[in-house]
Design a protein around this ligand. Structure first.
Ligand SMILES: Cc1ncc(COP(=O)(O)O)c(C=O)c1O
Length: 381
């Protein structure tokens, strides 16, 4: 290996090490029985018997791989059924399945905005959205997190450019578990005519009468021009999708997005499990208010124990602890007490906002909450 390269890599890894920020892979074992407060399988659907059975059947029918990119032979009847089901469920005319949420955001935001356009993005949008925007050549302005007054001001400030203005937000932010007022965004969109790209990754399954997400929950179903969602979180599968009202968005991705064109397509088994999961999500309508109530209960209990967590009812609770070494101390104590937790540190989150990202899931018990609190109380800050 080239020596200069190895030295360079060693230096940047050493810098991470020095500030307790070096990332390490830890392989999870199949028999890990710790209480899982780390993954994004909020409804536990990855192990739901109906979902698993659909996967087994698809494996028998289609094999383990799609075996080619979608424009060759990778696109199957299952993918087609899935994109149509997703679009109809969420109130859109067109849907396209992509391999990951990261690829979907990078494809949409890397491909649709062009030089001469302007993208106004929330300060905390996901890395995949940012990567896309930065690759697009469009001008980027970021507004303070969830601050729609600031967004409105920017919309007033920007002269009519001739280009397209995109507004990019999430509905539930992945590291903070909060989100903007979608009703106000919908009305701003009507007033200013921008193209609104909304990432619903962490809201699907948890919110909405039929479980589509936060647009449904806030009474503005299908208000965004383009929705990006993932199959790998609340739906317990793997993969992602892009929904739009205009067929041109789907056609542009099929024609121009390298992430779609030049990659072996999502395995049919993932499409089958996602389809089964959508059915389960719909059936869980009666449980959804209880899931949101659980989030409120955990937040209240954490506040009562002296931890400043924001109010809300999403599945993600940021337990912000500050410096990376303090965050790691809490994570280590929780792990050894039987909790699977992730310590989120910069650069994933802003400096000195290291946190345990508590990820709630269906089926968590009051006993888990009590045990969790008692571990927290025993760690020095
Ligand atoms: C808001 C958001 N969008 C997109 C993604 C990427 O989705 P995927 O895991 O399917 O690549 C993530 C992943 O964590 C996310 O938090």
């Amino acid at each position: 290996m080239n020596d200069a390269l190895v030295q360079r890599l060693r230096k940047s890894l050493g810098e991470r090490e020095g500030s307790s920020l070096r990332r390490q892979l830890v392989a999870r074992t199949a028999d890990d029985a710790r209480v899982n407060l780390a993954d994004n399988d909020y409804l536990g659907l990855s192990r739901d018997p109906v979902v698993v059975a659909a996967g087994v059947e698809a494996l028998r029918t289609w094999g383990a791989s799609s075996s080619a990119s979608p424009l060759v032979t990778g696109y199957t009847e299952l993918h087609q059924r899935l994109e149509r089901t997703l679009a109809a469920w969420q109130g859109y005319a067109h849907g396209l399945v992509l391999n990951t949420g990261f690829a979907a955001n990078a494809a949409v935001l890397g491909g649709l905005p062009k030089e001469g356009d302007l993208v106004l993005a929330d300060r905390l949008v996901h890395a995949s959205m940012l990567e896309g925007i930065q690759a697009s050549g469009a001008r980027l302005r970021r507004f303070p997190h969830n601050d729609l007054d600031a967004l409105e001001l920017m919309l007033h400030e920007e002269p009519a450019l001739g280009g397209v203005i995109f507004v990019v937000t999430e509905s539930v932010y992945s590291m903070d578990g909060d989100g903007p007022d979608l009703r106000r965004l919908a009305s701003l969109r009507k007033r200013f005519g921008f193209c609104w790209v909304l990432d619903e990754a962490h809201a699907t399954g948890w919110y909405g009468e039929t479980g589509t997400g936060m647009q449904e929950h806030q009474g503005v179903l299908a208000a965004a021009d383009i929705v990006v969602g993932t199959l790998g979180k609340g739906l317990g599968s793997q993969g992602a999708y892009v929904l739009s009202h205009a067929s041109e968005v789907r056609d542009a991705l099929i024609n121009f997005a390298g992430e779609f064109v030049y990659s072996t397509y999502l395995a049919p088994v993932n499409a089958a499990t996602a389809l089964a999961a959508i059915g389960r999500v719909r059936e869980l309508a009666v449980e959804r208010p209880g899931l949101q109530a659980m989030s409120v209960e955990w937040r209240d209990a954490l506040c009562a124990a002296g931890f400043a967590v924001p109010t809300g009812d999403s599945p993600i609770i940021p337990l912000i602890l500050g410096d990376s070494d303090v965050t790691l101390r809490f994570a280590t104590a929780l792990r050894s007490a039987g909790f699977m937790v992730s310590a989120i540190r910069p650069p994933t989150v802003p400096v000195r906002t290291g946190r345990i990202r508590i990820s709630l899931r269906r089926g968590l018990t009051a006993t888990s909450l009590e045990a969790f609190l008692s571990v927290l109380k025993g760690v020095s800050r």
